[in-house]
Design a protein around this ligand. Structure first.
Ligand code: SF4
Length: 581
């Protein structure tokens, strides 16, 4: 029994379930059983709104039971493996093989080895081609599937886009054919062909990819006439009425975002050229203030949380922010519930909103200028007004803020040392501006990420910086920084490199991912677990050069993700590639 071993785990609460508001459905009575897996720790997975939405929708369907699985931490994996135990669900401690579907939320490209670890610990063959009707169908969805090619070998089907409505169509179709499928009356391929008729579903085994000798894609074509040539991303019909998990599960242990996350908008009205998220959540939609107040009220009553965070890609662009913040602050003041905002645009610190923002917890301010020179602002098409920023910052310092966090990108097209110098100059000015108010310099933390020219962005054809060049630009910044009030943080260069390779990768990377998993790679997005050397060995064994995936791509080449249509067309992206500054 798994329970007999839980006390040996470093944090048993990651695996026990039983949290407040958890689903208590009878596993044995459900017609369709859905294992919802998150390939990272419990604390990360339970901070993911998408996971909570799918969990709630599925468990609201009388015929379905949905139970959660998270990636086991190393200590728990060791306990499971050394005692020949399978990974089990948090709710009723079922093994993966007891489910009809094993669904993975693929939030980032570096989670594939954890996907394989969960499958392996559940006794499920890693490759879809090795699983027959006796095994569950493995389905993947989430941000990484905008390019599903690298993980194609492991998944029976992918779902592209917002699953709120489509997930019901998927379980309905399965219910219709479950008996025939499980009895072997219809083959898995026949069933998958039926699934491919659902908008947003992509079944990788129904397509064939041919490569040129140089490794370019020569042809991507369906093997069956029923398989659609293009997969159009699904979006919910009515976002205002879309399901929200008001029966919010309250964990026993602190999680990364330990609060209510109120999603106020999807999509973004801005057009930053490097940004994949705007494609992922396209088009821009908002929830109405009354609806959000109702959701906040119900969720608060169901949880007792003391913080409500407004979520969206660019919450400063929510058109009714003043109205919403005013109402939320007034309503929740009496219950001492704080309202928080993620990274904001400077403009919302001015005008009528300033007074409201000033009532919000004064810890640190977060901005994402991304670049510090006008030249690069034009290159990335970033809407950032320096005069507004300066005025807003002065007001914020006067209102009590002492710390500022800034996000920057390096490795942009046309970037040279003068742009890196501009980052340091900009940051110094941000710190010194507080001195002008006789308040002493501000503490500024800068987070520097390397541009990954991601699929479905205007930068998708561009080369990404190689490892040595990333390190050289980082070293340049480090060597020039002389201000003790400014702290530089860099994303691990090797990790950015691998993320670039996998996010831009093709089907041949499945072999590399499996190789890296078998060498022991897990939690590749975690600095302390990341084992770059093992990845390099896996590439060498698969006879693939990772650097090839970071090279510039010809505008007329077939890209591994071309068959996915997220909303903004390839033609429009092509017209938007910056040729000059
Ligand atoms: S970077 Fe931010 S503001 Fe720009 S398009 Fe993406 S989400 Fe919107």
């Amino acid at each position: 029994m798994i329970e007999d071993y839980l006390l040996q785990a470093r944090k048993p609460a990651r695996y026990i379930g039983e949290e407040w508001n958890v689903s208590k459905k009878d596993f044995s009575r459900a017609e369709i059983k859905f294992a919802l897996c998150f390939p990272d720790l419990y604390e990360v997975g339970m901070s993911n709104l998408g996971l909570r939405i799918i969990y709630g929708i599925l468990n609201n369907l009388p015929k379905v039971v949905c139970e959660r699985f998270f990636a086991p931490a190393q200590d728990w994996e060791n306990i499971l493996r050394s005692n020949n135990l399978e990974i089990t669900s948090l709710e009723s401690k079922q093994g993966l093989k007891a489910f009809d579907f094993v669904g993975f939320s693929l939030g980032y490209e570096l989670s594939y080895t954890n996907v394989l670890n969960i499958l392996d610990l559940g006794g499920i063959p890693l490759k879809a081609s090795l699983r027959d009707h006796k095994f569950p169908l493995v389905i993947g969805g989430g941000p990484s599937v905008l390019n599903p090619a690298p993980g194609h070998a492991f998944f029976d089907l992918f779902f592209i886009g917002e699953a709120e409505e489509a997930i019901k169509e998927i379980v309905d179709l399965y219910e219709k054919f479950k008996i025939e499928f499980k009895s072997g009356e219809i083959s898995k391929e026949e069933l998958l062909i039926k699934f491919s008729a659902i908008a947003g579903v992509y079944v990788p085994s129904l397509y064939e990819v041919n490569y040129t000798e140089a490794g370019q894609i020569k042809e991507f074509s369906p093997r069956f006439p029923q398989a659609p040539k293009k997969i159009k991303k699904r979006i919910v019909e009515d976002f205002n009425q879309a399901y929200f998990p008001c029966a919010w599960i309250v964990p026993f242990i602190e999680i990364v975002h330990d609060r209510i996350t109120l999603e106020i908008m999807r999509g973004c009205p801005n057009t930053c050229r490097f940004c994949q998220a705007r494609q992922l959540y396209y088009p821009f939609r908002v929830k109405k203030v009354d609806k959000l107040m109702e959701l906040a009220e119900t969720t608060y009553k169901n949880t007792g949380y003391e913080e409500i965070s407004l979520a969206g890609l660019s919450v400063s662009d929510y058109p009714f922010l003043e109205d919403l913040l005013g109402k939320l602050i007034t309503r929740f003041k009496e219950d001492a519930v704080s309202i928080s905002l993620p990274s904001i645009k400077p403009k919302i610190l001015l005008g009528n909103l300033a007074a409201l923002i000033a009532t919000i917890k004064k810890t640190s301010l977060t901005f994402a200028p991304e670049v510090a020179s006008d030249k690069l602002r034009r290159v990335i098409n970033k809407d950032f007004d320096l005069a507004v920023f300066t005025t807003a910052l002065k007001q914020a310092y006067s209102a009590g803020y002492q710390r500022v966090k800034l996000y920057f990108l390096i490795g942009l097209p046309f970037e040279d040392n003068s742009d890196l110098d501009a980052i340091l100059e900009f940051t110094k000015n941000v710190s010194e501006l507080r001195r002008e108010l006789n308040l002493g310099p501000a503490q500024v933390n800068i987070s520097i990420n390397t541009l990954i020219p991601k699929p479905h962005t205007s930068f998708q054809w561009l080369a990404m910086l190689g490892l040595e060049e990333i390190k050289s630009r980082e070293n340049y910044l480090k060597s020039k920084l002389k201000n003790k009030r400014i702290k530089l943080n860099f994303h691990y260069p090797e990790m950015s490199f691998l993320e670039g390779v996998i996010s831009r990768g093709d089907r041949r990377l499945s072999e590399v991912i499996e190789g890296a998993f078998k060498k022991g790679c897990r939690f590749d997005a975690w600095d302390e677990h990341f084992a770059f050397q093992k990845w390099l060995e896996a590439f060498a064994e698969a006879k693939l050069d990772p650097q090839v995936y970071l090279q510039e791509k010809s505008k007329d080449s077939i890209l591994p993700w071309d068959f996915i249509e997220p909303g903004i067309s390839k033609e429009l992206l092509l017209q938007d590639v910056p040729e000059t500054y």
